[in-house]
Design a binder for this molecule. Structure first.
Ligand code: BG6
Length: 486
């Protein structure tokens, strides 16, 4: 970390991501005194807005429960300025550069001649990633301190388009300057995986094909894609959630122990394990699309205004992946994600092998280790226990580490807060490296192209249901079971 004055440029300052995530996270860091001392934030977007209008827009998403928070918010807005302009216009971006130089002059210590650091956060649709990164390079990178670029998916739609984007960014920024966000890497429980695995002796010992039967990584949301059908229909759930968020989790669950905690050591191991996964085919995946809810109250995917009536974009997908290495050969990794499901949940479920040579008069449930990413963060282990009392029966019980109970009201930071802080500290460990992205696309691209070429129709499932029943059948075929199939 440096003590230089820092300017954070937020491109797309009036958009959804900036409103809902970037600015609230910056505020949370500001409130905790975690922003560098002389930080200025400069918002940039196409619409003309007064500072008051910008404030009004952003405040709605920033929680200020106490009077002190409200005062802090006033202070926060004092470090924010706003400039409007196009993303591909030299003239407009020069205007932005001048405005930035002006605020930087104001905040620098009169006696200091220190360099200014600059962070460029692209909270923008992918269509403008390339022009704006060129503009930034041309007009905003003459500062003497560091230059860091934050980008977020979609990183293309397949291997070819992702490579094209990577090349264009690489023409303007070094890999060491690029921070690719996958916000799942900023989630508390995903960060905890490394510690659970490598700071405890008993998980390491059983973390392999001999003891683990299957691994299920699940993401469910109880809502559809109202309001973002345009974006979603172009990408679908596999690109929106599975290829990135779920694969990142898979990589951390499956990788070998990194030689140390440095970003490169961790990412080297992630890339290595991803390279051991053969690419998927259509036979490895079940896709679904939600229809109107059973009670008729919530419209189906194809009824949304911004979705074509004949769309075959999946809103649910389940894929079975195999890792061809010594540790994991033969262990299915079952990735499941769905919109319009009954509840919100993201979890990792590790199912251990059946007990060999069971001596008890009944079947034994498998041990499971569950890491609940959200909501209600928890780690729990399911094990067989004696039913208390005079009976000799066994019952499935849980060793349960529920965060709320164990750590009380301790707050868990939002993923974006953790990630922006990492950027300010120059730590790449929780960001996606270019080669990592590449391997993830290699695994998914052939299957995605096959689905699209064959115009593969997703299986319909009712809004609020468990998704296509063939997904449960696929899970069973691979030795896994769910609460519903037990
Ligand atoms: C985003 C996806 O990356 O992640 C959304 O584009 C999804 O479709 C979201 O809803 C889920 O994030 P979280 O943090 O709410 O689980």
């Amino acid at each position: 970390a440096s003590n230089n004055p820092t300017t954070v440029f937020v491109f797309g300052a009036s958009g959804d991501l900036a409103k809902k995530k970037t600015f609230p996270a910056l505020f949370a860091l500001f409130r905790s005194n975690l922003l560098p001392t002389h930080t200025r934030i400069v918002g940039y977007a196409r619409s003309a807005m007064t500072p008051a209008e910008l404030r009004e827009r952003l405040s709605k998403f920033i929680r200020t429960p106490t009077d002190q928070d409200k005062k802090t918010l006033d202070e926060f807005f004092k470090i924010i300025s706003y400039v409007h302009g196009q993303y591909d216009s030299d003239e407009d971006v020069i205007k932005l550069a001048k405005a930035a130089a002006e605020v930087e002059k104001k905040c620098a210590q009169p006696s200091s001649d220190c360099a200014t650091d600059r962070v460029f956060y692209l909270a923008l649709p992918p269509s403008v990633f390339i022009p704006i990164s060129q503009q930034i390079k041309r007009h905003l990178t003459d500062n003497a301190g560091y230059k860091r670029l934050i980008v977020e998916k979609p990183f293309g739609k397949d291997l070819a388009s992702s490579t094209e984007l990577a090349d264009a960014l690489a023409a303007n920024f070094a890999e060491s300057e690029i921070y690719r966000i996958d916000h799942y890497l900023g989630k508390e429980m995903v960060k905890n995986l490394l510690i659970l695995r490598f700071a405890n002796v008993f998980f390491g010992a059983v973390w392999n094909r001999q003891f683990i039967n299957n691994v299920q990584i699940t993401f469910k949301e109880p809502f559809g894609v109202e309001g973002r059908g345009g974006y979603f229909d172009e990408y679908g759930i596999i690109r929106d959630v599975m290829q990135n968020h779920l694969m990142q989790i898979l990589a951390i669950v499956a990788m070998d122990r990194p030689v140390d905690l440095s970003a490169e050591a961790i990412r080297d191991e992630k890339v290595k394990v991803l390279k051991s996964i053969p690419h998927l085919t259509v036979h490895d995946v079940i896709v679904g699309q939600y229809t109107r809810s059973g009670d008729g109250k919530v419209v189906g995917y194809l009824e949304l205004d911004d979705v074509p009536k004949d769309s075959i974009t999946p809103t649910f997908a389940q894929a079975v992946l195999h890792i061809k290495n010594e540790r994991w050969d033969g262990v299915p990794f079952i990735l499941k994600c769905g919109k319009a499901m009954p509840d919100r949940k993201a979890e990792i479920r590790i199912q251990f092998q059946d007990v060999a040579g069971n001596i008890f008069p009944h079947d034994l449930a498998r041990n499971e280790l569950v890491i609940r990413v959200q909501p209600d963060e928890a780690v729990y282990i399911k094990l067989m226990n004696k039913k208390p009392g005079l009976s000799t029966e066994t019952v499935i019980s849980e060793l349960d580490l529920s965060y709320k109970q164990r750590y009380g009201g301790d707050y868990i930071p939002d993923a974006y807060e953790a990630l922006i802080l990492d950027v300010l500290r120059g730590d790449h460990a929780n960001f996606v490296r270019s080669d990592e992205l590449d391997v993830a696309w290699r695994i998914f691209t052939p299957m995605l192209h096959e689905l699209e070429r064959a115009k593969h129709k997703p299986e319909p499932y009712e809004f609020g249901s468990r998704g296509p029943s063939s997904a449960d059948e696929q899970l069973k075929r691979h030795g896994g079971f769910t609460r519903h199939s037990q």
